[in-house]
Design a protein around this ligand. Structure first.
Ligand code: HGY
Ligand code: MN
Ligand code: MN
Length: 444
């Protein structure tokens, strides 16, 4: 990968788009990635549990490096961490970057953490650049993943804006023994304050939001480009615990026409859903559908027993909120039809809804200019994966995201981001932040 740092004449100092990561910070970043990986308790991949001890340990590691570098660290009531250059004026809207520190169970080391480490080395290297009008902040965010509590996500970033609901606080941990509120309290968050819906920051105190994140799909690899600039983020509907209830029966003695087989009914429903998905894609809709968890009851299921019940998770995502809503109606009508034909009953439960988000066109242009300044080829693309940036964008904060090429996908232990690509993307975000930090216009 071409090292774009050498393409910038550093004698000019940092002037807007001339940020480039120092040699020292490149080594520091690689060291921190390795330390983070060592911290994880899981044998396979990394498991930084949302509002769990392993996520807290990761925060403390970042905090130690930030204080060692002379940066100011503050924790909010949701135990998110804000890192800032010392002595920066607190009353001027800041230019912020960051991402989440949690991971899925046995996931990859770069999902989330790459954005925090990029922000840390940007602040460290920006220290010695010419004065900026605006402060620059790094946020390490809690609880972006839905994997530990079933459906809702973006807990830390939503808490910043007072958006957590009772449905969030009572979400059961995947181990079935505790709730999100229990885990937040154990991590030191002030749950009673968060339950009031109080905002932890004023959205107007943030002039721009930038997030560096690995691409979690295969597009940048396929296009052979190190960087992606994100146009929008899909929203999602998540039905964490759909049940289908039929009638258990002897697998040999009961003929097909008298069965109420819950698994067959679920398969019938999924084939219909898949067909609707195929047609909607042909009509040009943006939609992805996944049934990521399927369970018959281990206490009673058997080879020789027609399953009387099955539970499964159902998630669908789109950049268009109308597609999400109409697809939910389609699913409901198919549940009714399959239920009537097979004598079973579906219960879709109450889905957790996460709205789509659009990245700010001006921020997209700043990022494009920064890529050009660094000679970095890039792909303009939508994000199928969800990100905290959608919370900031939907709060009206001009937001942008940069993807880093990453092989082998994500939400698995094989994530394979190249550090050279990471530094190209960090140079782009750093340059864009410095350009924004000297932007005199006020957000409307
Ligand atoms: O699930 C998501 O889209 C994100 O990676 N947490
Ligand atoms: Mn992520
Ligand atoms: Mn993730």
């Amino acid at each position: 990968m071409n090292d774009s740092a050498s393409s910038i004449d550093k004698s000019k100092g940092f002037t807007g788009s001339d940020f480039s990561v120092s040699e020292q910070s490149r080594h520091l970043a690689i060291e921190i990635f390795d330390e983070l990986r060592q911290l994880s308790p899981s044998e396979i991949g990394v498991s930084r549990e949302t509002y769990g001890p392993s996520e807290t340990a990761a925060f403390e590691l970042i905090e130690n490096h930030a204080t060692d570098a002379g940066l100011e660290v503050q924790w909010d009531s949701a135990k998110n961490m804000r890192i800032r250059l010392p002595g920066e004026a607190g009353d001027i809207p800041s230019v912020a970057t960051g991402s989440h520190m949690d991971s899925v169970p046995e996931g990859g080391n770069y999902d989330g953490a790459a954005g925090v480490i990029a922000g840390l080395i940007i602040l460290i290297d920006a220290k010695n650049q010419v004065k900026r009008i605006r402060p620059m902040d790094l946020y390490a965010l809690r609880g972006e993943e839905s994997a530990w509590f079933g459906g809702p996500c973006y807990f830390g970033s939503r808490a910043m804006f007072g958006q957590l609901t009772e449905n969030d606080f009572t979400s059961p941990h995947r181990d079935g023994e505790k709730t999100l509120a229990d885990c937040m309290r154990a991590s030191g968050a002030d749950v009673d304050l968060l339950k009031t819906g109080a905002r932890l920051i004023d959205p107007k105190s943030m002039h721009h939001w930038f997030e560096l994140h690995i691409e979690q799909g295969p597009i940048l690899i396929a296009r052979n480009k190190p960087v992606g600039i994100v146009t929008g983020i899909r929203g999602n509907h998540r039905h964490r615990h759909v049940t289908c209830t039929g009638e258990a029966a002897h697998s040999g003695a009961v003929p097909r026409w008298l069965r109420h087989d819950a698994v067959m009914a679920m398969c019938d429903l999924m084939v219909r859903i898949d067909e609707h998905w195929r047609v909607l894609l042909e009509w040009g809709e943006d939609l992805v559908v996944t049934a990521g968890i399927v369970e018959t009851n281990p206490k009673e299921h058997a080879v020789s027993r027609v399953p009387g019940e099955v539970s499964f998770a159902l998630e669908y995502r789109s950049q268009d909120i109308k597609t999400l809503k109409s697809f939910e109606a389609l699913i409901q009508s198919e549940c009714e039809d399959v239920g009537k034909r097979r004598g079973v009953e579906f219960d879709l439960g109450i889905p957790s809804l996460t709205p789509p988000a659009v990245m700010d066109p001006e921020v997209i242009q700043i990022l494009r200019d920064a890529c050009d300044a660094h000679g970095a080829t890039y792909e303009v693309m939508a994000s199928g994966a969800g990100h905290d940036s959608s919370v900031f964008a939907n709060m009206g904060i001009p937001s942008g995201m940069v993807f880093v090429r990453n092989d082998k996908g994500s939400h698995n232990p094989h994530e394979a981001m190249e550090f050279e690509d990471f530094f190209v993307a960090t140079n782009v975000i750093g340059s864009a932040m410095l350009a924004a930090a000297n932007d005199q216009t006020e957000n409307t």
